[in-house]
Design a protein around this ligand. Structure first.
Ligand code: IMP
Ligand code: MG
Length: 178
């Protein structure tokens, strides 16, 4: 017997997630109609969302990735780029694709860093938005779901690197969290 994932409840099923991603992809296709878009995802959490989103967008898209790491024991939001983009973004329409915007520190750092590279425009698209925990304000242009103040896993979001591959989004059983 394979044990089921230790989740307390499912917030959004695989079908709901896919349907909502297709809706948001449509919004993006309309907003950027007649243009080309570069989707930038932060490794590793946003990769699952980016691939599904990209497949449903109907305008030409390029993709690129970066990775960040936080300084241990430092203040929140103190992050640095651990793996940079492969290509410049100058004069491009860029959409930063996030798994979740929580406090907003990570997103603000990325926005500031990427804005400094002179893109034509830069927007934010997130799978999950937890506005109740926001500390710094960031302009979210596209969001799939607003979520409550509970730790969630699935669709790219992890707990200790596990559960990213769940097709649904679920609240992790609190007994699991150390
Ligand atoms: P922020 O800088 O506080 O907005 O944090 C964003 C990052 O924290 C995300 O990219 C996730 O890696 C992580 N994170 C925040 N909330 C959750 C959650 O509920 N589950 C899994 N990871 C989370
Ligand atoms: Mg994580």
């Amino acid at each position: 017997m394979i044990a089921p994932p230790p989740v307390e409840r499912v917030l959004f099923t695989e079908e709901q997630v896919s349907a909502r991603i297709r809706e948001v992809a449509q919004e993006i296709s309309v907003k950027y109609a007649g243009r080309e878009l570069k989707l930038i995802a932060v490794l590793k959490g946003a990769v699952f969302f980016l691939t599904e989103l990209a497949r449903a967008i109907e305008i030409p898209v390029k993709i690129d990735f970066l990775a960040i790491s936080s300084f241990r024991g430092s203040a929140p939001g103190m992050v640095r780029i651990a793996k940079d983009l492969d290509d410049p973004i100058q004069d491009e329409d860029v959409l930063l694709v996030e798994d979740i915007v929580d406090t907003g520190f990570t997103t603000r750092f990325l926005l500031q860093t990427l804005s400094g590279r002179a893109p034509h425009s830069i927007g934010i698209c997130t799978l999950l938005d937890r506005t109740v925990r926001r500390i710094v304000q960031v302009p979210v242009d596209f969001r799939c779901f607003e979520i409550p103040d509970r730790f969630v896993v699935g669709c790219g979001l992890d707990y200790k690197q596990f559960y990213r591959n769940l097709g649904y989004i679920a609240v992790l059983n609190p007994d699991e969290i150390e």
